[in-house]
Ligand binder design. Structure first.
Ligand SMILES: [Zn+2]
Length: 158
């Protein structure tokens, strides 16, 4: 049984250091660094010491933990509205750059129209883009600027 981390423990309107996030979830700072490096936890670009925005952490935890539970095909994301791996509705896929190494993939669920997201990295973004936005649609899905202040939770029920 994998350990789970409750996203509701992340407090609104603050940023977390690696150390503080590690303390919050009672893990080693190295575990948090692995989340950043291997699992795409977004960090605030140029911050030193490394800072993570509360909403990025919360969204990432929800997406990452769901992804561990459900096995998504390369062209699927986890839908929290109808609970499971789902295909993205045609024409709704977009990529948001969190920073130069981390991307959030967004789309609408083909089944229930709910919002879905998944993290990607510089190394995987080409493959992900090809999987989610096939060549029959405009080749490059637009990358929009990250807006950390957006007050629109990806999962409104939280
Ligand atoms: Zn759905």
């Amino acid at each position: 049984m994998k350990r789970t981390y409750d996203p509701r423990r992340i407090k609104r309107n603050r940023s977390y250091t690696v150390q503080r996030l590690a303390e919050l979830y009672d893990v080693q700072p190295n575990t948090v660094r692995q989340w950043i490096k291997k699992h795409g936890l977004p960090v605030l670009e140029g911050s030193y010491p490394t800072l993570m925005h509360w909403k990025d952490i919360r969204d990432w935890l929800i997406a990452w933990q769901a992804a561990r539970k459900w096995t998504c095909a390369p062209d699927e994301m986890s839908c929290f509205s109808c609970q499971g791996p789902r295909k993205v509705k045609a024409g709704t896929f977009r990529i948001e750059a969190s920073n130069k190494n981390t991307f959030m993939l967004h789309g609408q669920c083909e089944t229930c129209d709910g919002p879905m997201n998944r993290s990607s990295s510089q190394a995987k973004i080409g493959t992900d883009r090809a999987n989610f936005a096939p060549i029959t649609t405009p080749h490059c899905a637009p990358i929009i600027a990250h807006n950390s202040n957006a007050d629109s939770p990806l999962n409104p029920s939280l």
